[in-house]
Design a protein around this ligand. Structure first.
Ligand code: AMP
Length: 174
């Protein structure tokens, strides 16, 4: 199999001019690449007795539950405002292309649970630091955060001091 980065397609000027969108759909469509990505995303956490994998809407919903199954853990979604039906907590964040907020059910995590964060990509790190705030507000213990792609030139990991960051594909510059 080709290395995983061969399955990520660059789409220039999406969703707006100047952004090079990292399209993961070729990787999702390939049986071996998808299995390998899920295996590698879960790898750092085996034997750590993870309770919950937290995934970020929307592409974190693709990898999160698969990684949760690989780790014998549950899955908790963080969603855009107004999507979750029960009582929520909320944190706002900045994207590479805009600002938004994320919500999590207020009872989704109990204090002391061991949590892994999953998303497809870390850019500026704003999204995942909002997720971190939500998990920590509920008393979760974050074991690490894993991403398929890291845009290293945006230094997103600097926004997450104290969190173990893992990425499968590092992009050094555009
Ligand atoms: P950030 O908060 O800047 O780390 O942005 C990460 C979030 O935005 C992830 O949920 C990504 O799916 C999405 N994202 C940001 N930049 C890109 C990009 N260049 N290509 C694909 N997705 C991106």
């Amino acid at each position: 199999m080709a290395s995983l980065d061969a399955f990520i397609r660059d789409v220039p000027d999406f969703p707006k001019k100047g952004i090079i969108f990292k399209d993961i759909t070729p990787l999702l469509a390939d049986t071996d690449a998808l299995k390998e990505a899920v295996r590698l995303l879960a790898q750092p956490y085996h034997d750590l007795e993870v309770d919950v994998v937290v995934g970020v809407e929307s592409r974190g919903f693709i990898f999160g539950p698969a990684v949760a199954c690989a780790l014998d853990a549950g899955f908790v979604p963080t969603r855009k405002p107004g999507k979750l039906p029960a009582k929520t907590i909320s944190a706002s964040y900045e994207l590479e292309y805009g600002t938004d907020a994320l919500e999590m059910h207020a009872d989704a995590i109990t204090p002391g649970q061991k949590v892994v964060l999953i998303d497809d990509l870390i850019a500026t790190g704003g999204t995942i630091s909002a997720v971190r705030q939500l998990v920590e507000q509920l008393g979760g213990d974050i074991l690490g955060a894993s991403f398929l792609v890291e845009l290293c030139f945006l230094s997103g990991r600097d926004k997450l001091p104290g969190v173990d960051i893992h990425s499968l594909i590092q992009i050094q510059g555009e």
